[in-house]
Design a protein around this ligand. Structure first.
Ligand code: ATP
Length: 610
């Protein structure tokens, strides 16, 4: 997904943002405010700080009038000193309040985003596998990081800025009117004179920058295409040198024009700003002077200075407030995206009357189960089988036939569409998820190890396991010798996702991990990837006794695993097409025999040779 601009990503909305403006409904606002609600006391304090800081920041401007009228023109040293000291103290106070306010702002923003982030994490953790397979990891991470950070900036900066600008404006306007209504009105009339051109030039510049950026992308695209080995080969063999050169030249020429226009827009911007910025004060001096020179005028030089100074203080807040709409739309878009995730229903959760039996035995029954990931294609069709406690079932079949899908339904990574999956005689949908998953151990094809030590990875299954238990399971999984050979033993770091270990070592480590969990039912999805024969036999030595002694379901690709199971289910195109023992299946001369001859055949030849 294309990255969206944050609240600081430019003062104007892009076409895409305009088109995707979220609908601001009452519900959305209520929801946004529900996150602020726990911190209402701190928020009121922030508002008081902002109010005080804004007033205190403007006070020195007002005091300047007193310094001029009473101190300088009145030649009163005492008043002069008092007002100067007062002015300095007020400035200091405004700054100190500003520091406090920033701290408080940040504190609130951090706490609110802490709540949002944790809430989102909890919610996402409860989402089904379907969510994680159909959403890109990048998008999930963007929402968890950039969008939440964006919301944090909205609360800590945007919100405070809007408030402080609005207060500054109101205070400045009130102060100006109290001094002189004619000059105040004049001052207000000139505000649009500088605010609007600033905005117009800003927009032109922004559009030009974007166009230049697009042009630049095009240049890079041409370079990428033509300057690569295969690209150049194509250009040469088709004699397209001149064509490519012209293409490059045209874009470069467009770029020149854009860059010049962009630079000049910047130049005009500064001219406009400084001209309009000085028109206001000059007008005030002129009209103020005329009023001052009238006979019965109460206006003073100080008053005019105060008015000019206050007008100067209005430029920035007006400009920033003109951008409020942009900030607002972006903030609402960010909240909307976050809420979208919060609103995604939790597909797989405990039923209200879910039960948790005292003990698990590991019996599994599939009753006419059908399932599809997407409605357009049915993956499993009418699957039925029973696995008694203490026995084992091997599932075999061509790649993509639905073997992994069958086992995914047992720990409820997905729910069936039709039929039932029973665990110890109870529909898995009526069992507590925690109980179900605690009693099922899965060694998947894609072994996932965390970046930590061997010990960390093992203890993930049972945090309070003793050293003896660790050694015991590692011996059973045939990985103990390997661990002993490592300089750091159990403290050996496995690297990111276990990349420092070989495929076979990772598998054996994950077998040890699942043995530590000691589940009632063990599911083993045998890796299809080729391992060398030594690794294979080590895994085989590890799993054979496990299959003998535990209730297990195996997705088998190797003959020895298949032979160790009590029953073999042959799956093809989502259906169980054959079932039984090795010998009888061979005699059927069907799918199993074909698989045996193509897939397991090589192994057989090797075994026969030995
Ligand atoms: P292999 O032996 O290659 O692991 P398999 O028999 O275990 O294959 P499954 O992984 O169960 O096959 O997949 C069965 C079918 O379901 C495949 O056609 C696959 O494309 C499809 N499939 C698997 N996972 C998903 C998913 N998350 N979303 C949509 N389709 C999926």
């Amino acid at each position: 997904m294309q990255r969206r601009g944050g609240p600081m990503g430019g003062a104007f909305l892009t076409e895409e943002e305009k088109a995707n403006q979220p609908k601001v409904t009452k519900e959305l606002l209520v929801r946004v405010f529900s996150f602020l609600k726990p911190y209402w006391r701190q928020l009121i304090l922030v508002m008081i700080c902002i109010l005080a800081a804004s007033v205190f920041t403007l006070l020195p401007s007002i005091l300047t009038g007193k310094i001029i009228d009473e101190g300088l023109i009145g030649k009163n040293l005492r008043a002069l000193v008092i007002y100067i000291v007062l002015s300095l103290l007020v400035t200091l106070a405004a700054n100190l309040i500003g520091v406090g306010q920033s701290w408080l702002n940040t504190w609130i923003a951090q706490h609110i985003t802490f709540d949002i982030r944790n809430g989102l994490f909890r919610h996402l953790q409860r989402m089904s596998q379907r969510f994680f397979t159909s959403n890109s990891q990048g998008d999930i991470i963007t929402r968890m990081t950039s969008d939440v950070d964006g919301v944090q900036r909205v609360i800590s900066d945007t919100f405070a800025n809007i408030l402080s600008n609005a207060i500054t404006l109101v205070v400045a306007i009130v102060a100006m009117y109290r001094k002189n209504w004619i000059l105040a009105t004049l001052g207000l009339l000139v505000v649009p004179l500088f605010a609007l051109p600033t905005r117009k030039v800003g927009k032109t510049r922004w559009t030009l920058t974007r166009e230049a950026q697009e042009c630049n992308d095009e240049v890079n695209g041409i370079l990428n295409e033509t300057m690569s080995v295969s690209g150049q080969l194509l250009v040469k063999l088709f004699g397209k040198e001149r064509y490519e050169y012209n293409r490059y030249k045209d874009v470069s020429r467009r770029m020149i024009r854009l860059n010049i226009r962009e630079n000049m827009a910047g130049r005009w911007f500064r001219v406009a700003l400084s001209t309009f910025a000085s028109i206001g004060p000059m007008l005030l001096y002129l009209v103020g002077g005329i009023l001052l020179m009238q006979k019965d005028s109460t206006l003073t030089v100080g008053d005019i200075t105060v008015l000019v100074s206050l007008l100067g203080r209005m430029y920035m807040p007006v400009n920033q407030l003109l951008n409020v709409q942009v900030d607002w739309v972006r903030s609402m878009a960010m909240f909307t995206r976050i809420f979208e995730y919060f609103d995604m229903p939790i597909e797989i959760k405990d039923a209200p009357n879910a039960v948790e039996p005292q003990q698990a035995h590991g019996n599994v029954t599939f009753e006419n189960v059908s399932f599809s990931y997407e409605s357009s294609r049915q993956i499993l069709k009418d699957i039925s089988f029973t696995l008694e406690s203490g026995h084992s079932v091997a599932i075999v079949g061509p790649s993509g036939s639905g073997k992994s899908t069958i086992i995914n339904l047992i720990p409820r990574l997905y729910d069936v569409e039709e039929g039932r999956v029973l665990f110890d005689g109870i529909d898995v949908r009526n069992l507590k998820l925690d109980f179900l998953r605690r009693n099922i151990g899965v060694v998947s094809q894609e072994t996932y190890l965390f970046n930590g030590t061997v010990r960390d990875n093992l203890l993930y299954a049972k945090p309070d396991a003793t050293e003896e238990e660790l050694i015991n399971v590692c011996k059973k999984a045939n990985i103990y010798d390997f661990i002993l050979q490592q300089e750091d033993g159990f403290e050996t770091v496995v690297g990111n996702r276990g990349l420092k270990l070989s495929g076979g070592e990772k598998q054996r480590l994950s077998i040890a991990r699942v043995l530590l969990k000691d589940p009632a039912l063990l599911i083993f999805d045998e890796a299809t990837s080729a391992l060398d024969s030594i690794s294979e036999s080590k895994i085989q030595e590890a799993i054979d006794p496990i299959i003998e002694s535990r209730t297990s379901i195996l997705i088998a690709h190797r003959l020895s695993t298949i032979l160790a199971a009590d029953e073999i289910l042959v799956v093809e195109d989502g259906r169980i097409v054959e079932r039984g023992q090795h010998q009888e299946l061979l005699e059927k001369n069907g799918v199993y025999r074909l698989l045996y001859e193509t897939q397991f055949g090589k192994e057989r030849t090797v075994q026969e040779m030995i």
